[in-house]
Design a protein around this ligand. Sequence first.
Ligand SMILES: Nc1ncnc2c1ncn2[C@@H]1O[C@H](COP(=O)(O)OP(=O)(O)OP(=O)(O)O)[C@@H](O)[C@H]1O
Ligand SMILES: [Mg+2]
Length: 250
Amino acid sequence: MIEIQNLSVKYDSQIALENINLKLEHPSLLVIMGPNGAGKTTLLKSILGLVEYEGKIKIFGKEPEESRNIIGYMPQRDRVNTNIPLKVKDVVLMPLLSRYYFGIRLEDVKNAKRALERVGMLHYWDKNFSSLSGGEQQRVFLARVLAQSSKILILDEPFSATDVATKMKMAGILHKLKREKTIIIVTHDVNPLVECTDKLLLLRKRVIAFGDVMDVLNEENMEKLYGVKVPIVRRENVCYVLGGDVHVHH
Ligand SMILES: Nc1ncnc2c1ncn2[C@@H]1O[C@H](COP(=O)(O)OP(=O)(O)OP(=O)(O)O)[C@@H](O)[C@H]1O
Ligand SMILES: [Mg+2]
């Protein structure tokens, strides 16, 4: 379970997050949406203990700094140097390696292969990572997180460079995983995830709305969030954002 109380983050004098409160059950899937610069990545980094913050964050009762070994993190793609002179297998195995002083275990190799297979990239096992396309690299990064078998997954825009089929496939993987894990995903396109999202957080420095998708995803909240009208289509017990990828610049 993740509990956040009165969380605020400042960079120098600039406020990035102000008085965030939320509570997330385990297992569950949380989607975070908001405009560029809204503090989404900053919120993830706070949960990971990678930025200084004011307030309280508890992850199964522990501090973020004490919880790193139970969290798998996929950083935002444009912040990561993807010119890595490694093979695909090494990229996936690397986080597993650092856990043991006596090198790679057969089980780690199995986990890495299974994860790559899940994202449809196992045939690239021996390929140079830097030769892959952007979307393929993205899939390998997802496999890297999956292979760690963490209790909590934190994914910052995991779909950003991927095609529609890959997005749907990734959403399907996450749908299965959320039965046993807590998954937090930042995305500008909530549509592939609508059916498996337990809680939706609309963030713009502060919490604009937080709750069940059907309660939170409405035109009034979207206008508060992005400052423009974004049409929502409602159908029985699902709703979708028309135009899909909401990515409004300020
Ligand atoms: N290391 C940093 N030093 C100073 N300011 C920062 C730093 N990281 C983020 N900021 C600022 O904090 C604000 C929130 O940034 P953050 O990266 O959390 O936004 P975001 O919601 O993830 O945006 P995007 O959708 O573009 O990824 C921005 O105004 C940004 O300029
Ligand atoms: Mg970000």
